[in-house]
Design a protein around this ligand. Structure first.
Ligand SMILES: Cc1ncc(COP(=O)(O)O)c(C=O)c1O
Length: 480
């Protein structure tokens, strides 16, 4: 079957690159059927749910096979199944397109279909998430919430869009202690840093506005900013953080409405910006009148050097700071915040109220108490991260000597350069060998960085060591 010209005209044709398709496919290898059946099944789900819209042009069979680390024949067989059902169509020399409406793309697999979010059945070592488990003191604080303050709060309506007063106070004290004088009016409590970043960015972005982000950067930022309609332009970022000369050039070249950076423990590179670069970023913001969002979610996981750097926002009026208790105490609290000018905080409080009426008060009570113990949390994180980072670096030096890890200054992951730009295919093969990690393009605004992987060392040391040994076996088999 060939794609109808009429239907081609009716759809907006969109080319879907191999790395983007890989991200959409997610955990497609379930190890329960043949690879081509599993691939066909997952593509069906993507089409049925609208993740791949009619008119989407798929990568060539050769490119998709290379990116997935499977043979071209496997891809051909998977697409043959979909072609036979009319779900996709191909024309010689013109590629393969999604052809059908969502309703027709029903699966023959029935209950074999899995939702995107469902846990994989098969055991695998997961080196993707760089978040440490929660600290025991989080559970201890939960055991203490039945005090008189809780009763007092429960006697009220509990809708607090700006956040619980004592938590806003505790966050203000946290910044003041770091050398950035802060009042509760500067703080909006959010459901994690992720919400803070999106709310703050939405205040500056309209459809098509240009935003400068680091290349690489945290995937959550790429997704949120893209969803707001921003056009993202990458600024080089390396082991010392953002390349300030490149930032200055790009600001002049693109007149962005916003710059988003991670000054204090960058995800994925683990860098921390030094004092000189901080002041240069701040002066670029002031001179060109461009606001900056500094996502400092990982700020309490610094391992080397100054453990409590003065926040970037101390250098400029237009610098907003995003923070969170996720990495210091526990991600499951879902408590983060935005620090900004009180006028903007008042405006965004109304927006947040309209979205979710406020973050869980129970979680905020616990977070407020925990923040008073931030120094202890930093110490506990430091000792665990120091040991696990050393172990991961040693295991890589031993088993994968041709890999080049950046030694992170903080956080729970290694950003590693591979000798060849094979990361997407390698990650797919590693998954089939029972270990998961993230390929560089996950962190790229331009689907580049195929010569990098991010490997977390947040697991217990034994798991990390076994994972790295499995990765070495996969790598050696692939490159021999
Ligand atoms: C840089 C960065 N920003 C934001 C987040 C999201 O944090 P939260 O759990 O507070 O929403 C993460 C989580 O990994 C992160 O790495």
């Amino acid at each position: 079957m060939t794609i109808e010209r009429a239907s081609a005209n009716a759809f907006q044709l969109v080319a879907v690159g191999a790395n983007r398709l890989l991200r959409l496919l997610g955990d497609w290898q379930l190890g329960e059927q043949s690879l081509h059946d599993e691939l066909a099944e997952r593509l069906r789900v993507l089409i049925r749910t609208g993740a791949l819209v009619p008119g989407s042009r798929l990568p060539s069979e050769r490119a998709l096979g290379a990116a997935l680390g499977v043979s071209r024949n496997t891809v051909t067989k998977a697409l043959d199944e979909l072609r036979a059902d009319g779900v996709v169509s191909s024309r010689q020399g013109d590629g393969t397109y999604v052809t059908v409406s969502r309703r027709r793309a029903t699966s023959h697999g029935g209950d074999r279909l899995r939702s995107f979010g469902e846990q994989r059945v098969r055991d695998a070592i997961d080196l993707r998430s760089a978040a440490l488990p929660g600290l025991p003191m989080v559970a201890d604080e939960f055991n203490r919430v039945d005090g008189s303050r809780t009763r007092e709060l429960v006697a009220g309506h509990g809708y607090l869009p700006a956040g619980l007063a004592e938590l806003r106070l505790a966050i203000a004290a946290y910044y003041t202690d770091l050398g950035l004088p802060t009042a509760p009016e500067h703080i909006l409590v959010t459901s994690g840093a992720q919400q803070a970043l999106r709310l703050a960015a939405a205040a500056f972005i309209s459809h098509g506005s240009t935003v400068l982000v680091e290349e690489p950067t945290f995937r959550g930022a790429i997704e949120s900013l893209t969803a707001l309609g921003a056009r993202l332009v990458g600024v080089r970022s390396g082991p010392d953080g953002i390349d300030v000369d490149d930032l200055a050039r790009q600001v002049v070249a693109h007149s962005p409405v916003l710059i988003v950076i991670q000054s204090t423990v960058h995800n994925p590179s683990g860098s921390v910006l030094d004092g000189f670069r901080r002041s240069r970023v701040a002066s670029i913001s002031t001179r060109h009148n461009v606001p900056v969002i500094d996502d400092a979610t990982l700020a309490d996981t610094v391992i080397d050097g100054e453990r409590r750097p003065i926040p970037l926002a101390a250098g400029g009026q237009q610098i907003l700071t995003v923070g969170s208790v996720s990495k210091s105490f526990w991600g499951g609290l879902r408590v983060g915040w935005l620090r900004a000018h009180p006028d903007l905080i008042a405006e965004l409080t109304a927006v947040k109220g309209g979205e979710d009426l406020g973050t869980s008060v129970l979680a905020q009570i616990v977070a407020a108490r925990l923040l008073g113990k931030i120094e202890r949390a930093r110490d506990e994180r430091l000792s665990v991260l120091t040991e696990r980072r050393a172990l991961a670096l040693a295991a890589i030096a031993e088993h994968l000597p041709d890999w080049t890890p950046h030694v992170p200054v903080g956080g729970g992951s290694l950003w590693i350069q591979l000798p060849e730009p094979d990361a997407p295919a390698f990650v797919q093969r590693a998954e089939r060998n029972g270990v998961r990690l993230l390929p560089g393009p996950t962190f790229s605004v331009e689907d580049r960085l195929a010569d990098f992987v991010r490997l977390s060392y947040a697991n217990d040391p034994e798991t990390t060591r076994t994972g790295i040994e499995l990765l070495a076996a996969t790598w050696n088999a692939m490159t021999d």
